[in-house]
Design a protein around this ligand. Structure first.
Ligand code: ADP
Length: 254
């Protein structure tokens, strides 16, 4: 069993049987809510990935959640929060003896297939953050029949891999506990080094040839590292090395 061991993350939780999307609802209520408020739903009717893509969220089978954050940091630093979330999910799974890999910047994989996606959205004015919404979707107990044919080569669930039902509440609590520790390092000490170490040591990309897709532009390179800023370091043709910001890009294997 696992108990919530946090000061503020998940101390206020809204639970929904069904909702359009936890991120959307979180954006509606964020102004009036305390930092660390969590929304979690059994089902999302219109779950969202990045760039408005659909995120399948079948009833009772996953963890479909959003965390409302109000970090007093430069809005430029918000992209880092996605990595903090990925590191927390990795650690929570690891606590339950489930080994995963982090696919920079926003996915967690098992056996090379996506079991978790993170969608971080921000509202800011000038140099002030109003709020950040970190949405985390985890395919916990989805069966093969829950995964559409066209996603079968890139998505799976923990249950499918482990061949047993996983305790969603235990995983949920673990994620909140691990996230608070990592997030406190970020806001109190301006340190993301532990999360970066986790993302590097368990990276699905480092050492691999990848395609970086930004709109219509596709570039091929080799992922070398994740730097201390949380950027992906990529070597392109001719030995040119560049730091890639997460932004609106997608990364695929070759
Ligand atoms: P990517 O990281 O691949 O660029 P996103 O983070 O935007 O993609 O996530 C949306 C995409 O993930 C969808 O277009 C679909 O291919 C895939 N997808 C949708 N629902 C799920 C799910 N529950 N689990 C894994 N992958 C999913």
């Amino acid at each position: 069993e696992e108990y919530l061991d946090t000061d503020f993350i998940g101390r206020n939780i809204y639970y929904f049987n069904s909702i359009n999307s936890t991120n959307r609802k979180a954006k509606e209520i964020a102004f009036g809510e305390k930092e660390g408020t969590v929304l979690v739903a059994e089902q999302q009717e219109e779950g969202k990935g990045r760039l408005g893509r659909h995120w399948i969220s079948p009833k009772g089978k996953g963890i479909w959640m959003s965390i409302i954050l109000k970090p007093k940091v430069d809005p430029m630093k918000v992209a880092k929060i996605t990595l903090l979330g990925a590191a927390a999910v990795y650690k929570a799974l690891s606590n339950m003896n489930i080994k995963s890999q982090i696919k920079w910047p926003n996915d967690v994989l098992i056996d090379g297939k996506k079991i978790c996606g993170i969608l971080t959205e921000m509202s800011a004015e000038l140099n002030m953050i109003n709020y950040v919404i970190m949405g985390i979707g985890i395919n916990v107990n989805l069966d093969e029949s829950d995964i559409p044919e066209e996603l079968k080569d890139k998505a799976t669930s923990i249950k499918i891999i482990e061949d047993k039902e996983i305790d969603r509440k235990e995983l949920f609590t673990n994620i909140l506990n691990e996230f608070e520790k990592i997030y406190k390092d970020f806001i109190d000490r301006d340190s993301i080094s532990e999360a970066i170490d986790i993302c590097k040591a368990n990276s699905a990309l480092i050492g691999k040839d990848i395609r970086i897709i930004r709109g219509d532009e596709v570039r091929v390179g080799k992922a070398l590292d994740i730097n201390e800023e949380g950027h992906l370091v990529v070597e392109f043709d001719g030995g040119i090395v560049e730091n890639i910001y997460s932004g609106e890009i997608s990364i695929r294997g070759l």
